[in-house]
Design a protein around this ligand. Structure first.
Ligand code: BJW
Length: 269
């Protein structure tokens, strides 16, 4: 029988079953699937739940190809606003911890649903951006891609060919690029452990990636402030803020001795 043990965190100590900890310490191939929740502590809003973007905005108007066709200016206004917010935001300890995990494993990849570029800014190198990147736009006719260092000024931007540029992101009803989904699926299928951080795990095909890790006998460790669609399948769900939990979790895996002597959560025992 599989032991399910959600961990108590915050002012209490992080307790992880020894069997799981042992497997985590022996894992050689790992991946991290991230969602909007990992950037919440950087000040970037999530999509779902209280205060989420979809409470305030209609996703059919803003995040579908039909919405863009109907009102490209409105869609660009929203992306311009988000570019401005994201430009101001800084990576938080969860992004930084994940960047620090990369060299520990023989194989490692960050599979992110986020378009905010925070993992790269935190120093991660092997990043698979499932839903694109807000700092790129592409021609809606000929596919020309343009990198953006700053928020767009003139909206809606127009390609040299005269057609509208669109954000280089994946909207509802659009396929993820095949090579991107292939690489992510391969990484998930090869992982001894997948950490799933800050996603509601309701949007497919990203939400199916942890299942690929489980199917090959790997562990799925979830970090979220609340129960999600994945919690029933995860080997362990840690409930708390990613920016607080990830550094502690990682210390426990990678530097157990240091954790035991120095970490304040353990010191409170
Ligand atoms: C914290 C925290 C803290 C907070 N610490 N945690 C019916 C059934 C099944 C599938 C479908 C269906 N009908 C349609 C579909 C397919 C559809 C889909 O999955 N829909 C479901 C919603 C039902 N998928 C698609 O359309 C995808 N394409 C596709 O499938 O192609 C084939 C196809 C084509 C045509 C028809 C059918 C199939 C494409 C999906 C593209 C998603 N795009 C967006 C926008 C991207 C661009 C942008 O950002 O502007 O991607 S939508 C939005 O959701 C965004 C996110 O990447 C994605 C996932 O959200 P995420 O990251 O999980 O965020 P939240 O807000 O949901 O969750 C945050 C979590 O963090 C919460 O759990 C919090 O508790 C937690 N949290 N603070 C830790 N501090």
């Amino acid at each position: 029988m599989r032991l399910k043990m959600p961990c108590i965190t915050g002012s209490d100590r992080l307790s992880i079953p020894e069997g799981i900890l042992d497997k985590l310490r022996r894992a050689r191939r790992a991946s991290v699937l991230t969602g909007a929740g990992i950037s919440a502590e950087s000040g970037i809003p999530t999509f779902r739940g209280a205060g989420g973007i979809w409470e305030k905005y209609d996703f059919t108007k803003l995040a579908t190809p039909e919405g863009f066709k109907e009102d490209p200016r409105l869609v660009w206004e929203w992306y311009q606003l988000r570019q401005r917010e994201m430009k101001k935001a800084k990576p938080n300890p969860a992004h930084e911890t994940i960047a620090g995990m990369e060299d520990h494993f023989d194989e490692f990849a960050v599979l992110t649903q986020n378009i905010d570029g925070m993992h790269r800014r935190a120093g991660s190198r092997k990043i698979i951006e499932l839903h694109g990147n807000i700092w790129r736009m592409r021609c809606s006719r000929d596919g020309t891609v343009i990198d953006l260092g700053d928020p767009v000024e003139e909206i809606p931007p127009v390609c040299q060919c005269g057609s509208l540029m669109r954000p280089d992101v994946v909207w509802f009803g659009e396929q993820l690029p095949h090579d991107v989904l292939d690489s992510a699926s391969q990484a998930a299928s090869r992982s001894d452990v997948m950490f799933v951080v800050g996603t509601s795990a309701v949007v497919y095909p990203a939400a199916a990636l942890p299942i690929l890790t489980k199917n090959r006998g790997g562990l799925v460790i979830e970090v979220n402030i609340e129960k999600t669609e994945l919690s029933a399948y995860a080997d362990l769900s840690l409930f708390g803020r990613a920016g607080e939990l990830m550094p502690v979790l990682w210390s426990l895996i990678a530097q157990p001795e240091r954790f035991m002597t120095e970490h304040p959560i353990i010191a409170k025992r």
